[in-house]
Design a protein around this ligand. Sequence first.
Ligand code: C5P
Length: 396
Amino acid sequence: MDLERKRIVLGLTGGVACYKAAELTRGLVKAGATVQVVMTNAATHFITPVTMQALSGRTVYTDQWDARIANNMPHIDLTRDADAIVIAPCSADFMFKLAHGACDDLLSTLCVARPMTVPLLVAPAMNVEMWQNPATQRNATQLRFDGIHILGPDAGEQACGETGMGRMLEPEQLLEEIIASFRNKVLTSKRVLITAGPTFEPIDPVRGITNLSSGKMGYAIARAAREAGAEVTLVSGPTALSTPFGVHRINVQTAQQMYDVVMSRAPSQDIFIAVAAVADWRVANASVQKLKKNEAGDVPQLQFEQNPDILAAVAALKDKPYCVGFAAESENLLEYGEAKRKRKGIPLLVGNIGHQTFGKDENELVLFDDAGNKRLARADKHDLARQLVSEIAGRL
Ligand code: C5P
């Protein structure tokens, strides 16, 4: 689980986005975290401590004078074993308090009392004018300067009926940010380009040839690279997956479209990871009109032509990024893997052990490079993606 054994203090301040904190709590608990909720008085006007207690499974604290804590020092007790403090929603007023070190309620006091090793993440939620107000922006600058992570806010429709910056990030986006905050930033400021999913080669306007790639491995690598601090562009064939948070996704259908997008961007990238199951051939005589059945039962005669090899083309560029390829072989992976790495002219090739990985949540990998080969044991694709990202970072 992504947050196994992590202890999170979740602080709620006054804002209508408190309803999203309920969903966030569920997500955190599901990801393995222990969630200790602390609410300001204003927050209790938007959502009750009862709801938050039921979802977190723990007593909710709202008052610094709480006799339930043996030494009556909840601001110390609640922070000493915390792995992170997350304020969601964080009001404009609470940003002001944090920026000035105010200690006039339990939540503000525990933020000031936290050991500096405990990261503090805040998710602003407020009306657009409040967010844009110079005082709020000054406070935001101060928070960043103090090493506090500001998550969002997002732009869009607001509960007050106005539109603009100030919406709190959605619970699943906050969850991704919290998970990412625990990862090593081994790819900070690196630009990473990834291909993923299958391609779709048309036969006519409604039919085509594709393959069983789900895109899960490529999407997991995109997520892991972004968690590691990279700026990630994902060039994706048709998949049913949602875009990992913070990743720039470009949709394509055919191998030729994927090639065009990749070649226009590759020279400005630091790393290129080709995970897509690109069709080797496209239909040379694809029909502009839908093919019709006829009485005689004639079947279409398809002719094929070869698609460009995207990975080999990037690897042949003068200003090439660090190139990583994938191989799905049904036999002799060790022999074919190293041969493929040489043929493509790349420093690292990742082989799927067994060819039954398409669509599955787990995988088992073997890495081929100049030093030989190395296995990554069977695991969830997200775990493997994180291991692969640190392997790549270590080789840069
Ligand atoms: O040659 P083969 O398809 O076995 O190689 C697989 C690797 O090459 C994968 O990394 C895949 O994304 C990439 N590839 C590509 N363009 C192609 C075919 C494969 O980038 N036309």
